[in-house]
Design a protein around this ligand. Structure first.
Ligand code: C2E
Ligand code: MG
Ligand code: MG
Length: 401
């Protein structure tokens, strides 16, 4: 849990240009802030918990990622810190990033184009003064509890990881088509370690291979009843690192066979990311999954890297529109235009298009009207244990006999 540390103003700066970071900190200290600086995203995410800030300043171009990624992660964590976006990239890009932050529900304090003057930073910090401080930036039930390699290892040894199930429905018929299976540790309770956190740790420590197998085993162990004679699909998240494990495709085929599940019922979701960086190996591995009968989905489409290139070259069968665009549908004409264009793009490539993060009826109706194939989100149901999912399915009447 995040410790409460009074109401003093604390600024956490993330910038890969050390001198810029130092300048911001120095100016902020003059304005009465406590400051903390790092040039690394992982350290920044950790400090959010250990030294909770009231304000954060983020550069858009970072050595180990980009500011939009960080914004997205802060939004995913429900961060309430005042956000200052800093960049050398010019007004239009800064504006777009600021809009993304606001549409993601973050509290934008302002933007700062490099090089900036002391007066500019000072006026931003004055604006920040009028924003009520919200300590730690993170809601109490969704703290960035970090996790150590050893802790993760112990949880894996105890087989603590389970899958929770979130329904996906057809927008044409309203029928249940399957579930996305999401890793949970050890249970989906307030204060539990968030999937984004333990998955990153597993990727960094090489434990992702065991974690993936444990989650998949848990996910495939529940066999939901068919709906209208059609077997339901399991959407499983795959880390790009899993693709380096040559034994994995065979393991998955055997696991499906042991559970009596056809590969065509399994959709592997891969997030578009910079680490999909060995095009030939990737092309071969992904093609092998398709040859074995699995479906492939490009996850979080629209917020990552080189989407178009990956989409055109790689054998995906499904595209999942990132929830950032879905969230703004009812209020932002731009989000609506983007979502409509992405649906058109997906269809022109012959892909099944899924919208995630559907939180209200308006979004559901707009997506249906725009021709999106499937939807997933809190408006339909939150991720649930298999017991809760079975009850939910029965209560909706989406099961045979
Ligand atoms: P994802 O694959 O994009 O999964 C969707 C995320 O959106 C889930 O977060 C889900 O709980 C959340 N979500 C669903 N509907 C809504 C909604 O209406 N509103 C909002 N605000 N959020 C919604 P979760 O479970 O925290 O997972 C986060 C990410 O962690 C996943 O994003 C996925 O990238 C990763 N992940 C989860 N399980 C696994 C796994 O077994 N293996 C790997 N490699 N990654 C996983
Ligand atoms: Mg997913
Ligand atoms: Mg997603």
């Amino acid at each position: 849990m995040v410790e409460q540390r009074g109401t003093s103003r604390r600024l956490l700066v993330l910038d890969d240009e050390r001198d810029v970071g130092a300048t911001i900190c120095m100016m902020a200290r003059n304005a009465g802030y406590e400051t903390d600086y790092t040039d690394r995203i992982d350290v920044f995410m950790e400090r959010l918990e250990t030294v909770p800030p009231t304000h954060v300043a983020i550069d858009l171009q970072l050595g180990d990622g980009d500011g939009i990624d960080v914004i997205h992660r802060l939004a995913g964590l429900g961060c309430r810190a005042g956000l200052i976006i800093v960049s050398r990239l010019g007004g239009r890009i800064l504006e777009s990033a600021a809009r993304a932050a606001v549409e993601n529900g973050l509290r934008l304090t302002g933007t700062l184009a490099k090089p900036f003057s002391y007066a500019e930073l000072k006026s931003l910090l004055i604006a920040a003064e009028s924003q009520a401080p919200e300590n730690s930036g993170l809601p109490a039930d969704r703290s960035v509890r970090s996790v150590s390699e050893a802790e993760l290892g112990e949880a894996l040894a105890a087989e603590a990881f389970v899958a929770h199930y979130q329904p996906k429905i057809s927008l044409a018929t309203g029928e249940l088509v399957g579930f996305e299976c999401l890793a949970r540790w050890p249970a989906d309770e307030p204060g539990a370690v968030a999937p984004d956190v333990f998955i990153r740790c597993a990727e960094q420590t090489g434990q992702i291979h065991e974690l993936t197998r444990q989650v998949y085993r848990s996910a495939l162990a529940w066999r939901p009843p068919c709906a209208r004679g059609k077997p339901l699909k399991y959407a499983l998240n795959l880390s790009p690192l899993n693709l380096a494990d040559e034994s994995f495709p065979r393991w998955l085929v055997d696991e499906c066979e042991a559970q009596g599940i056809a590969p065509s019922q399994v959709i592997l979701e891969i997030t578009e990311t910079a680490s999909l960086n060995n095009p030939l190996v990737l092309l071969e591995n992904l093609t092998q999954f398709r040859i074995r009968g699995f479906e492939l989905s490009i996850d979080d489409f629209g917020v990552g890297y080189s989407s178009m290139v990956q989409l055109a070259r790689l054998p995906f069968s499904e595209l999942k529109i990132d929830r950032m665009f879905v969230k703004g549908l009812a209020t932002s004409e731009e989000s609506m235009k983007i979502v409509t264009a992405v649906i058109g793009l997906g269809h022109s490539l012959g892909l099944n298009v899924v919208a995630e993060g559907v939180e209200d009826r308006t979004a559901l109706e707009l997506l249906a009207r725009a021709g999106c194939n499937q939807a997933q989100g809190y408006f339909i149901a939150k991720p649930m244990s298999h017991r809760a999912a079975a009850l939910w399915q029965a209560s909706c009447g989406w099961q045979d006999g």
